[in-house]
Ligand binder design. Structure first.
Ligand code: MN
Length: 192
């Protein structure tokens, strides 16, 4: 079984100016594609060949883990954006965010802080744990909350390749602007 790169549900320039067409062309077109291509090469003829991607992430380490998790993370990242999605969380997810973080704005602030304070490359995540609690986590390199038994809902990529063309060293600006393109309908579906 080969993993194929899913097509984006929007045009490459649709997220601009928050994420430019050039960044989408490199980040989705080159980085994400390379992780998926490398993953396919690594699993060919091995015990991992017929496994779902999530299972590979849970069972592998080293180079295979890195490429499997990066494939999963990037697909998850790009599918949560839309130029005309739901701009704020609603329903039960909104209630839970307000209960746990005080308000949606306080949640966003904490999430941005987690992304800004991660040293080096990695990811910041909102996940749900086994007790139904929402948790913000940060992790280096190809970090993925599935390995901690969490259910991921939202992620911001804080590798420099995600923002350097558009924001140079201003990672905090990039994190803050991403809220303009997050589609909370997608996050709500992941939550329910
Ligand atoms: Mn990336």
């Amino acid at each position: 079984m080969k993993f194929t790169q899913p097509r984006l549900p929007y045009a490459p320039d649709a997220l601009a100016p928050v994420i430019s067409q050039t960044t989408v062309e490199y980040h989705y077109g080159k980085h994400e594609k390379t992780y998926i291509d490398t993953l396919n090469t690594l699993i060919e003829g091995t015990e991992y060949q017929e496994m779902p991607l999530e299972e590979i992430i849970l069972r592998s380490d080293g180079k295979l883990y890195n490429n499997a998790a990066q494939a999963w993370n990037h697909i998850f990242y790009f599918f949560q954006f839309s130029p005309d999605g739901l701009k704020e969380p609603d329903g039960l997810l909104r209630t839970r965010i307000e209960e746990q973080f005080g308000s949606v704005d306080e949640f966003k602030k904490k999430f941005e802080e987690a992304g800004a304070t991660l040293f080096g490359s990695g990811w910041v995540w909102l996940s749900e744990d086994n007790n139904g609690q929402l948790v913000i986590t940060q992790g280096g390199n190809a970090s993925n909350p599935l390995t901690q038994g969490l259910r991921p809902l939202l992620t911001f990529d804080v590798w420099e390749h995600a923002y350097y063309l558009d924001y140079q060293n201003r990672r905090a600006d990039y994190l803050h602007r991403l809220w303009d393109i997050v589609d909370w309908d997608v996050i709500g579906m992941r939550f329910s």
